[in-house]
Design a protein. Structure first.
Length: 455
């Protein structure tokens, strides 16, 4: 049934709220936070601040010092907005949305937003009047999150949506504001419960569909223990580090043909790969990952990493290499030297969600090929962290291990925030779009610096 296009309240793309904070050329003066200084909290966050956390920096785990520090979301006032580097401008692209989560930009420039709790996908279009128009593209979905256009390129024929229990698709042509037909199941069944988000991405050639499925628990507390014989039999027929029982096909990246056939496990031991991105230059799939809770303020780090086919990233028995989770002590010693260490370690409990590559040309050259990621914010940490957009530094296609605060200002004080970032996407003109599900807004960050700064 068609849905009329409407205007999102108070969403004027013409009203610019510019925030000048730290010059592009002054980042070296801001310093690089390393070791314990890199763990920090929101008080140290500021555009241009860089951090690098290395595996050897991690303190020992402690199950006795786990914090429960939930945040209170307060109503955003007109003075509260993301803080960005000098030379960048912030526009309020849309407001009045119902918990916008992942966002993706269609080839024609329309912005697709998953309103997961409401069970719908919206299409947002910047109008000539300065108002952002919105239409309900599809509704009646089950926790929709991931959105992907297929085939990749300028003329997609389908919009794929990752429900919490399935992957479905809708026939699509550029410019459609409403789905042309009901949802068609592609992957009719995915594990349910526990971590609910399911992202969907395609390889650049369109031959592989990647689907992320988080764990059903924090650290496989309900997964039955197998006898030595049963474990040996399981290992003989499943990928390295694959979990079983209630965690079967979970904490994984799954791979399928675009029609949903040829289901297989692509990589294992990734507790909750909430957001995925595929590098156009290499075809490598990347994950933005929430690690486990209950081991202390700084253990283990969340991470962003390249995902290698057949690799095992440790969950639930190990984390960040051969660091054994004390709750599974001695259970899988044969895996200790077979773990792939993630590329970029983030402050623990940042809750890293959506991510995207910046392959446009509007921003200065130093940004091209880098990654932007949304940090939703901590709860299992005494000193709050996250609640920001970060830039992961990538050189020649490889991450350096460092990341930089790009958009901050969502935190009001130690106990209150107005925004929790979720999605990041690159607009058709090269601006960065960010969604946050606390105040229901989407922001547009564009670059307006001088030609001299475009290096």
């Amino acid at each position: 049934m068609p849905h009329p296009v409407r205007e999102i309240a108070a969403a004027s793309a013409a009203v610019i709220v510019a925030v000048a904070v730290i010059p592009l050329g002054a980042r070296a003066a801001a310093g690089l936070l390393e070791g314990m200084a890199a763990f920090g909290d929101w008080h140290a966050d500021h555009p241009g601040i860089r951090r690098i956390i290395r595996p050897q920096d991690l303190p020992p785990p402690s199950t006795a010092e786990s914090s429960r520090n939930f945040v209170r979301v307060v109503r955003r006032n007109n003075d509260q907005k993301p803080i960005v580097p000098n030379g960048f401008e912030v526009n309020l692209f849309a407001s009045g949305l119902s918990g916008p989560r992942l966002i993706r930009v269609a080839p024609n420039g329309d912005v697709f937003a998953a309103e997961s709790a409401a069970g719908r996908i919206r299409v947002l279009r910047a109008g000539g009047s300065g108002q952002t128009q919105a239409s309900v593209f599809a509704f009646g979905l089950d926790g929709p999150f991931g959105i992907a256009f297929y085939p990749p390129g300028s003329d997609p024929q389908w919009v794929y949506v990752g429900n919490t229990d399935s992957v479905v698709r809708f026939p699509y042509r550029n410019g459609d504001l409403v789905a042309r037909a009901p949802a068609e199941p592609v992957v009719p069944h995915l594990p349910v419960g526990g971590h609910r988000t399911r992202d969907v991405q395609f390889s650049p050639d369109g031959k592989i569909m990647y689907v992320s499925v988080g764990s059903g628990s924090n650290v496989a507390e309900d997964m039955e223990k197998l006898s030595a014989a049963a474990l040996q039999a399981w290992q003989a027929n499943h990928p390295l580090g694959a979990t079983w029982g209630s965690e079967t096909d979970r904490a994984d990246v799954l791979a399928f043909d675009p029609d949903g056939g040829n289901r297989r496990v692509f990589a294992t031991g990734i507790r909750n790969c909430v957001g995925m991105a595929v590098a156009a230059s290499t075809g490598m799939v990347w994950c933005s990952t929430n690690e486990r809770d209950g081991l202390g303020d700084n253990v283990p780090p969340d991470y962003i990493t390249r995902v290698r086919e057949g690799a095992f990233y440790g969950w639930p028995w190990y984390y960040i290499g051969a660091n054994e989770d004390p709750r599974h002590r001695g259970e899988r010693p044969e895996l200790q030297d077979k773990i792939t260490i993630p590329d970029v370690l983030l402050q623990a409990h940042s809750a890293s969600l959506g991510m995207t590559f910046y392959d446009a040309t509007q921003f200065p050259a130093e940004y091209r090929g880098n990654i932007f990621a949304a940090e939703h914010g901590s709860w299992n940490r005494a000193n709050r962290t996250g609640y920001k957009i970060i830039r992961v530094i990538v050189k020649d296609g490889a991450p350096t291990g460092a990341y930089e605060d790009f958009a901050t200002g969502f935190v009001i004080n130690d106990g209150e925030v107005w925004g929790r970032p979720v999605g990041v996407a690159v607009d058709k003109d090269g601006a960065l779009l960010i969604s946050e599900d606390a105040s229901g807004t989407i922001w547009r960050i564009s670059y307006s610096g001088t030609a001299a700064e475009m290096r």
